[in-house]
Write a new protein. Structure first.
Length: 528
């Protein structure tokens, strides 16, 4: 029988690549806890042993360097083992959104030219309906069989060809709000910057203490969740994994697992505070709250600071940047200066940021334009889409985000909205996120989203979908009169609808396109 190998024998000293960064962390403290999931704990060495064995199994199944391996399942320790196994052999982990339909999965499997699909139940059974030549393996059975085996697959890793910083590590498919999703190729080099390995490069509020405990509840198929988990795994943290977010279990894990860091979106935060107060949850162990997808209202922050008392960090980034690259530091989270809270912060060291007008010129202070980013963190390109890549990344290396923003005199970035979601009414540009920030302050409003709907005279007019606080009622005339005192006349919603909840995507972002769609169904064009 083969003697079980130690991870150290295949470890190289360099830290630039994700695989060697992982091995260095394992070597540093092999017995330190790394993962907790539904009562099951794994140390760094136990996790590494599982990842090495799965890596060898994948290679024996025909997965080679550069092969795409699609992974679908809710958050779990096995999911992260499979991602790291791909990194170890130079395969490219390609997550599938488990909330999608079968046609969505089939498109990405075919488009990525996947060599293999690793699927959790019940998605394994669903994928059997596809008429696909691609092999589909049960993710948990694969990991379990490798863990219970004799280690015969482990030796395969040593024979793998060496990777470089230009080797693709992850292929994250964009949300596909316009057209088909595109596979953003993130390299070992670009993810190195996104995961903040260099302690001289990252600010103090992003440094991870050895063994620091983080609660992972954002979905791992999304760059926000996956980047967050990998950041802690590869920097020596301890990940407490939640299969999918639910307020009650989230609070249970904070209460029982000694969680020090949490990541969420503002809509999750309001639910946590409400139920936490009802249950008298002790948040004193939580040191840092990371959030993104939307700014945090001043009143909500004030409540959170009083109840949780932690440092708050907002991040802005995209799939194409490997996650957050612009951050609003804890020192900027002051309810007495609510203007700061509407900002996403300042770019990280090594991140260049430019606001470009429609004419292609650099925007003046507070002048809106498209947000451009440049640096080693930017994706290699879109998989097999040269034209789309050249449109997104220009000849000077600037990545065009498609987001509209401004920079103020202090260098703070303010997101106005997605370029495609900008409302043009009577020649005036209206940015939904900016308007929503003002309308949110109505005393009866719990949440609000605005969209542009067709108008034969003005081209487009503003429509607001509103979620009311419990026990409140609101008429259009009352709302319009209140808004008239706070926003420009052309920004006042021409119509409102009261809804029980806003449609949200997997990362917690409001899906304005779903609110907008019914109004444009009979139109050949989606703008006027």
């Amino acid at each position: 029988m083969n003697q079980e190998p130690k991870p150290a024998r295949v470890i190289e000293p360099a830290l630039e690549r994700l695989d060697t960064a992982f091995c260095s962390i394992v070597n540093a403290r092999p017995d330190a806890p790394l993962i907790w999931f539904e009562g099951r704990s794994m140390t760094r060495s136990e996790f590494a042993r599982a990842a090495f064995r799965v890596a060898g199994k994948l290679k024996n199944d025909g997965v080679s360097r550069g092969s795409r391996v699609c992974i679908i399942g809710q958050n779990s320790d096995c999911y992260l083992i499979c991602v790291v196994a791909c990194l170890l052999i130079g395969a490219v982990a390609t997550p599938l959104n488990w909330r999608g339909v079968l046609a969505d999965h089939n498109f990405i499997i075919e488009d990525s030219e996947a060599s293999l699909v690793l699927a959790d139940q019940p998605f394994f059974d669903q994928l059997q309906e596809l008429d696909s030549p691609v092999g589909i393996r049960d993710m948990h059975q694969t990991v379990a069989s490798c863990m219970s085996g004799d280690g015969k697959h482990d030796v395969e890793f040593a024979a793998m060809a060496p990777l470089t910083l230009e080797s693709v590590a992850l292929q994250i498919y964009t949300s596909g709000t316009t057209g088909r999703p595109k596979g953003a190729m993130l390299t070992h080099g670009s993810m190195n910057r996104a995961l903040h390995f260099d302690t001289d490069y990252r600010p103090a509020y992003l440094r991870i203490a050895d063994g620091e405990s983080v609660l992972i509840s954002l979905p791992l198929f999304h760059i926000g969740g996956l980047e967050f988990a990998l950041r802690y795994i590869l920097n020596g943290g301890h990940c407490v994994i939640q299969r999918q977010f639910s307020t009650g279990e989230f609070l249970d894990l904070i209460d029982t697992q000694g969680v020090e860091v949490i990541g969420l979106v503002p809509t999750m935060l309001s639910m946590i505070l409400k139920q936490g107060a009802e249950r008298n949850i002790d948040f004193s162990n939580v040191k840092t709250v990371h959030y993104g997808a939307a700014p945090i209202p001043a009143d909500l922050l004030k409540q959170a600071l009083e109840v949780i008392g932690a440092d708050f960090v907002q991040s802005y980034g995209l799939s194409e940047t490997g996650g957050g690259v612009v951050f609003l530091a804890p020192s900027e989270h002051d309810p007495e200066f609510p203007e700061n809270l509407r900002s996403t912060g300042r770019p990280m060291p090594g991140v260049e940021l430019r606001i470009e007008t429609l004419e292609g010129k650099e925007a003046a202070t507070d002048e809106p334009g498209e947000i451009l980013l440049r640096g080693s963190f930017v994706m290699k390109g879109y998989w097999k889409l040269e034209s789309a890549t050249s449109e997104a990344i220009d000849r000077d290396g600037w990545f065009h985000t498609g987001d509209i923003g401004t920079l103020n005199e202090r260098g703070l970035l303010f997101i106005k909205d997605r370029k495609k979601e900008m409302i043009v009414s009577g020649g005036e540009n209206i940015y939904p996120a900016e308007l929503e920030s003002a309308l949110y302050n109505h005393p009866y409003v719990a949440d609000v989203a605005v969209v542009g709907i067709p108008d034969d005279h003005w081209g487009e007019k503003v429509h607001a979908a509103i979620v009311l606080k419990d026990g409140c009622e609101l008429t259009y005339d009352e709302f319009a009169a209140w808004a008239r005192e706070r926003v420009a006349g052309f920004k006042i919603p021409a119509s409102i609808e009261i809804v029980s909840a806003l449609p949200l995507g997997p990362s917690g972002k409001v899906l304005r396109r779903e609110i907008r769609a019914p109004f444009w169904n009979d139109r050949e064009r989606l703008v006027n």
